[in-house]
Design a protein around this ligand. Structure first.
Ligand code: 5GP
Length: 175
């Protein structure tokens, strides 16, 4: 474990990498014969998406969506604004939504509802970290990397006020 000041390492790089290979294997098997559109939720999912698609064995397309949540900064309100929508026509396409972390589920559920309204053939959801104990609304997640009970996590794409996204593992902020 390589702790940095104010951070405690939770998921080392090799552990994350191995899990992503495992997730990609299941996703590729389940999507055999299809050519899905992977939709990464910005900003946090960009590293996860990049690593995940390079382990996927079916042909993929990639697009991105960014949602701003109206909240007080630390708690999400569930009311979202799409600040960058997907540009691919996903009607009748198989969509894989790629998200870094699901916490209360409020933001994520709104994002899924938004994509569902575009009538894709299917939506499956891959989430690297599931903070399940904090869930306020139910969301269906098809592929989960890690279940982490609590804590504010950074690294591997996740930030705290814009920092720490570049860390290779996942860390918890400690006081
Ligand atoms: P929700 O509570 O709506 O499920 O999560 C909303 C968003 O809050 C997530 O997409 C993510 O951007 C952010 N978030 C939730 N928990 C954490 C965390 O532990 N670390 C970081 N960096 N962001 C988080």
């Amino acid at each position: 474990m390589t702790d940095k000041a104010g951070l405690k390492e939770l998921l080392p790089e090799e552990v994350v990498k191995a899990k992503i290979r495992e997730m990609a294997l299941s996703i590729s098997k389940d999507l055999e014969g299809k050519s899905p559109v992977f939709v990464g939720i910005l900003d946090g999912a960009f590293i996860f998406l990049a690593d995940l698609i390079r382990e996927i064995t079916v042909p993929v397309e990639v697009d991105f969506l960014r949602a701003a949540s109206y909240g007080d900064g630390t708690a999400s309100s569930g009311t979202i604004r799409i600040t960058k929508d997907v540009e691919t026509d996903i009607e009748n396409r198989d969509v894989v939504v790629v998200e870094d972390i699901v916490d209360t589920g409020l933001t994520f559920r709104s994002v899924i509802d938004h994509l569902r309204a575009k009538s894709p053939a299917s939506i499956t959801v891959a989430v690297l970290i599931d903070k399940r104990e904090r869930r306020e609304v139910e969301v269906d997640i098809d592929y989960v990397g890690f279940v982490v009970p609590r804590g504010f996590l950074v690294g591997y794409g996740l930030d705290c006020a814009g920092r720490h996204r570049e860390l290779r593992g996942v860390y918890e902020i400690i006081k």
